[in-house]
Design a binder for this molecule. Structure first.
Ligand code: RIB
Length: 325
């Protein structure tokens, strides 16, 4: 029998249709771009980012029963990353339409398709129970995401939620089963506005950036999750734990080609770092930061996730040894 995965990712998988253009079009404007297609979806991207570091990883998600699903299954086999794809005959595979401008920034519109039909029965309980870490996002079926988090929590597995994309039907009670919450700036601002335990009307990214570290830490503590990691792009990450806070800087001086999937790269790298460092939160954040930094130097979401050799070259032997890369 194959060894059990150390990390299970329950979430979304999409076909990405990306158009690269110099500037985003204005409303009513038509412009010319270069099209490329690729594998995406926040859940799948995170599983690939984690699995490519050499940590045993399985992705659990749903697709339409089509040639693309078979191609994806073959990709996972080639990369030696586990996948459990529930094939939904009456649904199309999820699609993301992505615009990338000349500065590598992106705008994304998704059609969840089969991702919304991921059911609790599609999530193997035994797989989760034997893992060390479960990662989830908000792009697949929300009830199934809650189910997976509950199962993992009951089994003593570390539960991670990346609240992306933030959605109107998000319920605060989902956080009861979460050990580590990883929002980006806009997701954090949205949580601060809507969570009953925080509820700061009008809180936005500008106010977030104006906070002193101690104030940001106090706000994170009000969310009630043991560890909150706010990813701040070029400003690095803010890690708030019960015992205190830390800032982890971003890597500088890299040529940004495409930021699509950078947050996913971080989450996947973070989960790998948790496993590889034996649960050391800040070491895990450092690995997530390195995986995200390398991912933005290449085009695409899943295709931009770095492998072990690339990470070793980037970090240097001494640093790479911290995570036994
Ligand atoms: O986070 C990036 C991903 O978001 C893309 O790959 C796209 O599929 C959307 O889900």
């Amino acid at each position: 029998m194959a060894s059990a995965p150390q990390v299970v990712v329950v979430g979304s998988i999409m076909q990405d249709l990306t158009l690269a253009c110099a500037e985003f079009p204005q409303p009513g404007e038509t412009i010319v771009g270069q099209l490329r297609t690729g594998q995406g979806g926040k859940g799948s991207n995170q599983a690939i980012a984690c699995g490519k570091t050499g940590v045993r990883t399985t992705f659990v998600g749903a697709m339409g029963d089509d040639a693309y699903a078979r191609q994806v299954a073959a990709f996972y086999r080639r990369e030696r990353i586990g996948c459990r794809l529930a094939l939904k005959r009456d649904q199309a595979t999820g699609t993301a339409v992505i615009l990338i401008n000349g500065r590598g920034q992106n705008e994304i519109v998704i059609e969840p398709g089969a991702n919304a039909a991921l059911r609790a029965v599609d999530v193997p309980a035994a797989l989760i129970a034997r893992a060390k870490v479960l990662i989830t996002q908000l792009e697949a079926n929300l009830a199934t995401t809650a189910h997976a988090l509950r199962q993992a929590r009951q089994a003593g597995v570390v539960t991670v939620l990346n609240p992306a994309p933030m959605r109107a039907d998000f319920e605060a009670r989902l956080l009861r089963h979460v050990d580590v919450l990883i929002p980006n700036e806009s997701e954090f601002a949205a949580l601060v506005r809507v969570l009953p335990q925080v509820r700061e009307t009008g809180f936005d990214e500008r106010r977030l950036h104006a906070l002193a570290d101690a104030e940001l830490h106090a706000l994170c503590r009000r969310i009630g999750v043991a560890t909150v990691i706010v990813t701040l792009g070029e400003r690095g990450c803010f890690v708030s734990e019960r015992g205190g806070f830390t800032r982890v800087p971003a890597h500088r001086g890299l040529k940004v080609v495409d930021t699509t999937g950078a947050g996913d790269a971080f989450c996947g790298g973070f989960a790998a770092g948790l496993v590889r460092s034996g649960g050391k939160m800040v070491e895990a954040v450092r690995l997530g930061t390195a995986v995200a930094a390398l991912s933005v130097t290449k085009a695409g979401a899943a295709p931009s996730m770095p492998g072990r050799a690339e990470l070793r070259r980037f970090l240097g032997r001494k640093q790479a040894a911290v995570w036994r890369l």
